[in-house]
Design a protein around this ligand. Structure first.
Ligand code: 2BA
Length: 110
């Protein structure tokens, strides 16, 4: 068994959840935030047999869009009398960041 961990932009989460659910995949949604942009994103946990990993990652690939964001860089250490004029930089975010992890044990306690 494998655990697919997919970090998505919040805007894409609804579409991915719907597509996974329509194909019978069970998911857990965790509301998370990126450490760099500090924006809300969504982390999905999808436990599947190894043969279904490609189906899950295909759905994520088809549903998630890359978007560009303008970010103000952090102020560097500057000498007194110097001043720093921040220029926003463009970063590309997503589609999605996907990790596939081997599951040692899976148990549902009834
Ligand atoms: P954030 O950490 O908020 O990163 C958002 C986007 O900012 C990243 O998009 C990347 O394009 C850029 N970025 C991140 N760190 C940077 C840095 N030190 N310098 C310059 N640009 C940087 P993605 O790569 O598509 O990542 C989207 C989100 O996926 C991330 O949000 C984070 O929540 C998660 N993520 C990405 N890689 C990860 C990893 N190796 N481990 C855990 N989470 C990860």
């Amino acid at each position: 068994m494998r655990l697919v961990v997919a970090i998505l932009q919040a805007k894409d989460a609804e579409g991915v959840l719907r597509a996974l659910s329509e194909r019978g995949f069970q998911t857990t949604q965790i509301n998370s935030a990126g450490g760099f942009l500090r924006e809300s994103n969504v982390t999905l946990l999808v436990g599947v047999q190894e043969g279904y990993v490609a189906d899950v990652t295909r759905i994520v690939r088809q549903t998630c869009q890359a978007r560009t964001r303008l970010v103000n860089p952090l102020m560097p250490l500057v000498e007194p009398a110097e001043f720093f004029v921040p220029n926003p930089v463009e970063v590309q975010v997503g589609g999605a960041t996907v990790f596939v992890i081997g599951v040692e044990r899976y148990e549902r306690v009834a």
